[in-house]
Design a protein around this ligand. Structure first.
Ligand SMILES: [Zn+2]
Length: 188
């Protein structure tokens, strides 16, 4: 469980079982990797989406501590720290570093990583069906005061089929609420 109150420990943690899933890739290198459990679940989900006629690509998976340092520092240099903190996790605080999370795309549409992605078939399908494969949309609409992030319709987190299905059935939208953890709107 990683959020703005709960960094990875150690900060430069590396999953021991990173693999490249057999799915449509929109990236290469480390970003095309996930931990082995998440990779297997992603393969099932992408295949099910394809059977429903929905194109889904892996747009960004694992991100190492070193990559996050470069990404975050780039935002800070361009926009200052306050704006950087709304756009990018600080190093050691990104769910992408766990191997349990990834971003989806839809194969080249103009809405990749944009608000309008929420209306694209891949996001609509993932929101409705992700729980069947153990995934939740980690940063839902208008719950940034709990999660610390504005809506990211493309960012999925694996928590297992049982928990994801339970969350869906109970209508609980965030992991903070589901696990009874404090809201984490910003860094401490
Ligand atoms: Zn993401």
């Amino acid at each position: 469980m990683v959020n703005k109150h709960r960094p990875l420990s150690p900060a430069d943690y590396v999953p021991a079982d990173l693999v490249q899933p057999s799915v449509a890739l929109a990236v290469s290198g480390e970003a095309a990797q996930l931990n082995s459990t998440t990779a297997a679940a992603a393969e099932q989900m992408f295949a099910a989406a394809a059977q429903d006629g929905v194109t889904m690509t892996l747009a960004s998976g694992y991100r190492s501590y070193g990559t996050q340092v470069a990404t975050y520092n780039g935002y800070v240099a361009a926009r200052g720290q306050a704006e950087a903190d709304t756009a990018s996790a600080r190093p050691g605080f990104s769910e992408h570093q766990t191997g349990w999370a990834f971003d989806i795309g839809d194969g080249g549409g103009a809405c990749g990583f944009q608000p309008c992605f929420a209306e694209q078939p891949a996001a609509v399908w993932a929101k409705a069906n992700g729980h069947r494969f153990g995934f939740v949309v980690r940063y839902p609409w208008m719950l940034h005061e709990i999660t610390g992030y504005y809506y990211e319709s493309w960012h999925l987190r694996f928590i297992g089929v049982e928990a994801a299905t339970d969350m869906s059935a109970k209508g609980i939208a965030t992991l903070e609420e589901y696990f009874g953890l404090e809201a984490a709107p910003g860094y401490l």
